[in-house]
Design a binder for this molecule. Structure first.
Ligand code: AMP
Ligand code: ZN
Length: 470
């Protein structure tokens, strides 16, 4: 398998270093708000990478994805709502787990939280190692990383020492630093902020040390195989993770760095002020299904920006439906012998799919291979040049495509359960019935339309009204 490595700016052959097991770390959500579809572009692409490593590469996974549950935003959020930090972040951890499951994201082996005691202890240990190796200084109770002590600082982001400026994307904090380019490892206690004392003085961790310490604690001896996240994390977060981990151990930290490009909305950055930050419920409230969003998020290459539009959502829905309609059409094939052309087309599609996914996760070429097979088989069905054994072969090929893409099985799971609780549907049916009996047809229509917008269609028939999924 080839993967583009941000560290070398080239695609490189990948295989895990040890035991046929890929040790991978993904920077997870900062749990101060519900994840938005931009975050989920990254997490869906990482999920496809994980599945491709398993089902195309044939390797086992040891995959860590953290929750950043202490930083300025989580602390401010908890303060604003007058609840403890843990109670505040618990909600968003839970919301993330739900959203990830709704999107068909495979659970990973480890989901550590920065404020777990074992992780705080690992951070303190790493800071003491950095102190012992002369990479730090203390100022006003905080501990900083002195980047001038590491000659190759900047190798991931390709910055030279002089070029790094204190700006919006560099840590600008109010703590006193010797050099604007240095970054904080441990922040001194401030009134009203949570504080821990794990052997480096009272305070709280900086963001970067969290990931370095959790990756090394849970994945073992560096280097790990792959480190992933969104492209905005290259600098300063990942650069600083490298500085800390390599400064503490003297070993390379991660062999591969894989970065997912951003999701834009109508050509613009997603931001609260533009009102274009969408969560999964915004998608379903527009009548779309989360499986269509997953399809959209994985259908273009992860290293290209993806522009989210509602028309694009509709295209994704149509494409996904072509696949599910095709699989439905196979049910009607009865009897007959196997056809060598179909068997050949199925194995060619499998080979093309695996080759595409092995080529730096080229999902659009993988989908093209699937649609080629759909076209070939549709023609065969029209010409009655297909038999029941062929159907098994084709289904088998699609099962393989979908263990990597995880989108057809997600659609089938959705089909088995309504998008909103059945009690709500029953209540809406009863309310509409009552409105009709009272001859308030405007109200009855309003209820029907509201349910349609939420993905439920009412069908009136001689047996009364029944509902089905849109
Ligand atoms: P955060 O909660 O800000 O730490 O972000 C969690 C993950 O989502 C990180 O890997 C970010 O790089 C990624 N991310 C944030 N915004 C976007 C976006 N618009 N498109 C893709 N990934 C994003
Ligand atoms: Zn991180």
């Amino acid at each position: 398998m080839r993967l583009y490595n941000t560290l070398t700016r080239t695609p490189e052959d990948f295989e895990p270093l040890r035991d046929g097991t890929v040790r991978m770390y993904t920077c997870g959500l900062t749990v101060y708000a519900r994840g938005h579809i931009g975050n989920f572009r990254t997490f869906v692409c990482v999920d496809v990478l994980r599945r491709a490593l398993k089902y195309v590469g044939g390797w086992q996974m040891r995959h860590v994805m953290n929750f950043t549950d202490v930083d300025d935003k989580t602390i401010a959020g908890a303060e604003r709502e007058g609840v403890g930090l843990r109670e505040y972040t618990d909600r968003y951890v839970e919301a993330f787990r739900q959203d990830a499951a709704t999107l068909g994201i495979e659970p990973v082996e480890e989901t550590p939280r920065a404020t777990d005691q074992a992780n705080l202890d690992a951070m303190a240990r790493m800071i003491r190692q950095l102190e012992a190796r002369g990479h730090t200084y203390r100022s006003d109770g905080s501990i900083y990383f002195k980047i001038s002590t590491l000659p190759d600082y900047g190798k991931l982001a390709r910055l030279d020492h002089e070029g790094i400026q204190a700006g919006a994307r560099v840590d600008v904090d109010e703590y006193s630093k010797e050099d604007a380019r240095d970054f904080v490892l441990w922040k001194a206690t401030k009134p009203g902020e949570p504080t821990w004392d794990c052997g480096v003085g009272p305070g709280r961790p900086g963001w970067h040390i969290e990931c370095s310490a959790m990756a090394m604690r849970l994945l073992g001896e560096p280097p790990i195989d792959i480190h992933t996240g969104g492209v905005d994390l290259v600098f300063p977060h990942h650069e600083n993770e490298i500085a800390q981990s390599e400064g503490a151990t003297g070993q390379p930290f991660s062999r591969f760095w894989v970065h997912i490009e951003h999701l834009l909305v109508d050509g613009q950055k997603m931001s609260k002020s533009l009102g274009n930050v969408y969560t999964l419920s915004d998608i379903t409230e527009r009548g779309f299904r989360v499986s269509a969003l997953r399809y959209l998020l994985l259908s273009s290459h992860y290293r290209k920006q993806l522009n989210f539009t509602w028309a694009g959502m509709q295209d994704a829905e149509n494409a996904l439906r072509r696949l599910t309609d095709f699989l439905g059409r196979l049910d009607a094939v009865r009897g007959g012998p196997a056809h060598p052309e179909i068997v050949g087309a199925a194995s060619a599609a499998r080979a093309a799919f695996d080759e595409a996914l092995s080529d730096d996760l080229n999902t659009s070429a993988g989908l093209a291979a699937m649609f080629d097979l759909v076209r070939t088989v549709n023609t065969a069905i029209d010409q009655k040049a297909i038999g029941e054994p062929d159907v098994g072969t084709i289904r088998h090929a699609f099962a393989h495509f979908d263990e990597v893409l995880g989108v057809l099985s997600l659609r089938q799971d959705e089909d088995r359960r309504p998008p909103i609780p059945e009690e709500e549907i029953a209540a809406a049916l009863a309310a509409r019935q009552a409105a009709r009996r009272a001859r308030d047809f405007a109200e009855a229509d309003r209820i029907r339309d509201e349910m349609a917008a939420r993905g439920i269609l009412f069908e009136d028939g001689p047996q009364g009204t029944r509902w089905k999924r849109k």
